[in-house]
Design a protein around this ligand. Structure first.
Ligand SMILES: [Zn+2]
Length: 297
């Protein structure tokens, strides 16, 4: 879970003009003949969205805007698809976001409307309401915007997350498998509402269940390295490797990325480090005796 840089909004007015351009398709008129005053009103609504940090509220639905204008903006979201006239919105937002900011499992290939476009029509193409998410997170989030602040998702552009590492996991070896339970580190100070929202997000997006499916695949990529460290340096070698690899991934990605959080927890798991990793991961060939001797010197 991480935040993302706030997207620039210097061309939102131009984007609205392109979105509302009039055209005829199969004999039917589309678009909307927007006036300067109406553009001002939509941009003012964007200002209000920014000021509220994306918190839902009826004024953000644009009750004073012409219904036809609201519908035209809502429909214009289709123009953000590849090859269409607002495709640059999608390209710009997805560019440089390597992993889904919420789960960190896969690349974000979809844009989620933080406030759903079904209710908040004027926000359908507003760049700061469009969040890059992976398809699974997007689907599980659903289109509802709860009025209960404890049941709202973290806004990756506006939320201030604590500096510390707040994601933690407890690991156990059970029935020949590795079980990891991800949750919030209660030792990290944060406002109660933020903690509630992070927990809500963990549950709603079924992150524990989804991480469980990823863990074995991810750790399999470390099998040979773990085995070599164990053969050459024993339990401490395994622990040191896990610690170092966690440092690499924390700095490459971010402090609340599930993979290094898992590695750190494993570094603290005595049985895993003392060779227990072999019971839960695929077997890797042991180091040949001459290699062991070379490391020992
Ligand atoms: Zn995701």
């Amino acid at each position: 879970m991480r935040t993302l840089p706030l997207p620039a909004r210097d061309i939102v007015r131009e984007q609205l003009i392109v979105a509302l351009e009039m055209y005829v398709w199969k004999g039917v008129q589309h678009g909307y003949p927007v006036s300067e005053d109406e553009l001002d009103a939509v941009v003012a609504l964007y200002d209000a969205y920014d000021a509220a940090g994306g918190a839902p509220g009826d004024p953000l639905k644009g009750p004073n805007l012409d219904q036809a204008l609201r519908t035209a903006i809502q429909n214009a979201y289709d123009f953000t698809r590849v090859g269409r006239r607002l495709a640059s919105i999608r390209e710009t937002l997805l560019k440089d976001v390597e992993r889904c900011p919420v789960c960190g499992i896969s690349a974000p290939r979809t844009l989620d409307h933080y406030l759903p476009k079904a209710s908040f029509h004027p926000l359908a193409i507003y760049v700061r309401n469009l969040i890059p998410l992976c398809a699974d997170c997007n689907q599980l989030k659903s289109a509802a915007a709860s009025n209960d602040p404890a049941e709202q998702f973290i806004h990756p552009y506006f939320e201030e997350l604590p500096n510390g590492r707040f994601l933690r996991t407890e690991v156990a070896i059970a029935d020949g498998g590795l079980v990891a339970d991800f949750g919030l580190d209660t030792a990290v100070e944060m406002p109660a509402l933020l903690a509630a929202r992070l927990k809500f997000q963990l549950n709603r997006l079924r992150l524990n269940e989804r991480y469980a499916q990823e863990i074995n695949t991810y750790l399999s990529s470390h099998t040979t390295a773990l085995q070599m460290c164990f053969d050459a340096l024993g339990t401490d070698g395994v622990r040191d490797y896990l610690d170092r690899q966690a440092t690499v991934e924390f700095s490459q990605f971010h402090g609340n990325y599930w993979r290094p959080v898992l590695l750190l927890a494993l570094a603290g798991h005595d049985d895993f480090c003392a060779g227990g990793f072999r019971d839960v991961l695929p077997q890797a060939p042991a180091l040949p005796p001459e290699a062991l001797a070379a490391v020992a010197q």
